[in-house]
Design a protein around this ligand. Sequence first.
Ligand SMILES: Cc1cc2nc3c(=O)[nH]c(=O)nc-3n(C[C@H](O)[C@H](O)[C@H](O)COP(=O)(O)O)c2cc1C
Length: 314
Amino acid sequence: MTPRPLLFLAPMAGVTNTVFRRLCKGFGADVLTTEFVSAEGILHRNERTKRYLEFHPEERPLGVQLFGANPAHLAEAARAVIDWVNPDFIDLNLGCPVNKVVCKNGGSSLLRDCPLLASVAGTVVKAAGDVPVTAKIRIGWDAHSVNAVEVSRILEAEGIRRIAVHGRTKAQGYSGPADWAVIGEVAKSVSVPVIGNGDISSAAIALQRLQETRVAGLMIGRAAMHHPWIFSEIRQVLAGMPCPEPPALEQQWELIFLHCAKEIEWWGGREDLAMRSMRARLMAYTRGMPGGPRLREQLQRVESLDQVREIAGR
Ligand SMILES: Cc1cc2nc3c(=O)[nH]c(=O)nc-3n(C[C@H](O)[C@H](O)[C@H](O)COP(=O)(O)O)c2cc1C
């Protein structure tokens, strides 16, 4: 029997901390990854970096995603992470389009330099020993240099065990539709599992992508910020059942309150800091709710959970 395709929560900086990851796990996400963590930050024992590495045993299997460009530093960082937190896998970020990362040759910049990419992958794989190393790529640097198939073959040859492909080029950022034809090509070209990523916003789209390509799993990012129950919807549809109705408004607010409460706990009771960090999450949750614009205007200033309850009228 073919195994059920795995559902991954996409790593998202500033979003996928331990609290949000556990929430998505509760809805049926199979595999979680930390947001990207700087290899240099790890080597400097940076305090904020350590916080990015926090996770709860119930999150396993969990990967720590690293970015950087220096193979030796990345390898040392991978070793340090394995010693500190013993993740189930190390994930290499080979797709980040952010200038701060790209100008130091990290993230998607490595897609333009296949020899360096091979060196990064091979060195980290050796350093990680028994801990599997996976990678997350974009389909290329720009429309003239779409090279995801070539890059994936190199990664496979260097011992990378699974490849997530975001179907956009670096130049696209987050605009334009994700190119699932290229994702499908990659899935046909390598024997390691390929995870498709980009624009999966409903169970119907998830099913369609699985029918069109030979991917071993799907990775979901922005849709999970807006409706984290998408994982349970996809699971139900994959099991041959009809897509369930979305949670009623009342349940959606209960979820929001729970997320806020857990975030406050994670911040050690510093409610003001926790709620400031929740503001962007609240903006995403209230998209599509009745009275959304008015709600968001009020929620962008919240400092306490009581204020959220008051704004919600509950
Ligand atoms: C706010 C935000 C932060 C992100 N941070 C990361 C990151 O840390 N590492 C990474 O590999 N991708 C990151 N991404 C990209 C996502 O993992 C994913 O590839 C992209 O959003 C496309 O998937 P989607 O259409 O399901 O959102 C980020 C995306 C967003 C929107």
